[in-house]
Design a protein around this ligand. Sequence first.
Ligand SMILES: Cc1ncc(COP(=O)(O)O)c(C=O)c1O
Length: 397
Amino acid sequence: MDLQAIMNLDEQYYMNTFGKRTPVCFTHGKGIHLYDTDGTEYTDFLAGIAVSALGHCHPTLTKALHEQVDKLLHTSSSYYIENQALLAEQIVKHSAADKVFFANSGAEANEGAIKLAKMYFYKKNQPEKNEIITLTNSFHGRTLACVAATGQAKYQKPYKPLVPGFSHVPLNDFDALASAVTDKTAAIMMELCQGESGVRPATQDYVDKVVALCREKEILLIVDEVQTGMGRTGTWFSYEHYGITPDIFTLAKGLGGGVPIGALCAKDSVCAFSPGDHGGTFGGNPLATAAGLAVFKAIDEENLVENAKTIGAYLKDALTALKKEFSVIQDVRGLGLLIGVEFSEPIAKNVLGALFDRHYVANAVGDTILRLAPPLILTKKDADDFVAVLTDILKGE
Ligand SMILES: Cc1ncc(COP(=O)(O)O)c(C=O)c1O
């Protein structure tokens, strides 16, 4: 099908929740490259927003999926599922969690986290402790509880009344957080590097104080690792940068390398769910968990966490160096291969368009921030090529 025919079909039959999409349809990919309906090659510096951690059609993931498709797609949670148990083991072995529950998306994993925090205090006979503080400009997903958790009015306005019990305070403002805490606060939920609001990391001092506050007031710390987990930030999970271990954290995006899967991960001490308290038809089915296992295997075998750290630092340094030449670059920030380039003028969408014209895929957050989240297999040469292209664009060439 040619692009115009696909666009026509989409316009007629698909709900327009994404606005005007970039006029391209990718039909296949290999490594960090995507190919469109005309066979034109693009370089992917977005990875489907931090999803395709291994790039496209990574042989380990492709082989594992082919083998699983030939064997079994789905059974039911009433029966044991080998891949589910194995993937839970991998997450626990690589993280601070003791137990895992699988969902199908980041929002669904976050719903599970919110429910688990409430259940924890309910089972402790403290049902009044049922409120959750999250951060302004956070993003936690599109379900109703996650919309209430997300500290951005634009996502909430049409869906009032919102799920009650959520309040929001600005990132890195400890005093605001401390004053928002009440006897009803069950959990503080945060991204340690806010992705959707423009790649904004929390400071060490802030996180240290948050952890101390949680301990003092018996509040659970939930870290949303949906965008930052699975090696993206140069550590397996972003909380490692801060030397902390959350009570609960959530995963999705990179975990399946492109296959939908989410995970609710928790320390034993907070695993308050009993049979019947939570569930789901598809979560952790044999296919999705085969993908997760292959992603862990490839990241481990190819040292991709280390690669995200070194190539991420290399790319960030190279972009930071551009600040000397182009005063329009105000800030370059991020962790590992999650990088934001903030401009002093509203040119992010123009830069994104110019990158696209040169066959690079990236993302703009608002009018001033360019977000990069390339596959973790990125090489120095890929980073150099990108910086050269961005330099040309900023020179106006
Ligand atoms: C930090 C964070 N949490 C949750 C979500 C929601 O994940 P999903 O779109 O898989 O529901 C996202 C998606 O962008 C995210 O970045």
